[in-house]
Design a protein around this ligand. Sequence first.
Ligand code: MAN
Length: 349
Amino acid sequence: MIEIKRSQYNPLIVSGDIRPSRRDFEIIGVFNGGVVRIGDEVLVLLRVAERPVSPHPEIVLAGVYDDKKCRIVLKEFAKDDSRNDFSDPRLITSSGQTYLTSISHFRVARSKDGVNFEIDEGISFGPGSAYETFGVEDPRISFIEGKYYISYVGVSSFGVTSCLAGTEDFSSFERLGVIFCPDNKDVVIFPERIGGKFYAIDRPSSGFSGRDEIWLAESDDLRYWGNHRYLMGVRQGYWDRLKVGAGAVPVKTPKGWLEIYHGAESQDSYCLGAVLFDLEQPWKVLARSEKPLLRPEMDYEKEGFFGEVVFTCGLLCEEGKIKIYYGAGDRSICSAEVLLQEVLADLGF
Ligand code: MAN
């Protein structure tokens, strides 16, 4: 039985640790952070989700980035209007249009011990294009050839896209645009070239098949992606029977590329497990976890803005351990660690 150890200090970062970006907003969650080690510090690029506080109990407000005015404007939805559907806490559907109940941006958090974090005051990276009007979400950081690349989700009325930004210092960022069209999320870029090419895992959602599964793409320059291939799907009867999507950036191990991914067993329960891809031919899946490495068990995972969720966008592989940072219940940042050797043994290696 594989043993994963949650940090005794969980949750490490909660909404109360963060000041909203505006006085009229409140934080609803801080979760799904991208992770990288820089020198003696762990840097987590947090997804901070906030929403306007409504002064009227019968009106729900949503913050939407106006890409012409370059600022966030407020939209009103009356609770008693039958055209408005609020049944999913994350979404508002109004006359056939979908909005989000919160708008997310990224903020830098730094820590010397991986437990106590100093969080930057302002927005480090926020919505900035027509494809990000409902926010930017779920950053994954790949350190490639001396530069950090952040693959993240841009949500707008166009749908859910995957975008890319580059940075050298996490204070200024270069927007490199949409790299995968809607609906496509959970993009992680391998940290080095394989056989001369860059590779990314993505997760298109097919309206036709109704499936949310993992694909692989290749590129020469990280911006233009092609040679798309189906990589792995959902498995009937398993913990990942409904949806799968990449989690953290793949880790190179002697046995293959190790990817910690998420699987949903129902619309509202997300677990984490492992998959191993071939080192030279990453389109070959070598093994997948029979059982999840982590499933929502603690109160802080079962409850939350959207409970029953453990979801990762980043980890560190250090001292023979996989240190996973994960979002719990779409509300807080937690961590858990497991021996790399145990994960590989569990996969049969
Ligand atoms: C899902 C969840 C939300 C997210 C939207 C848009 O509903 O992952 O957290 O805001 O998709 O990406």
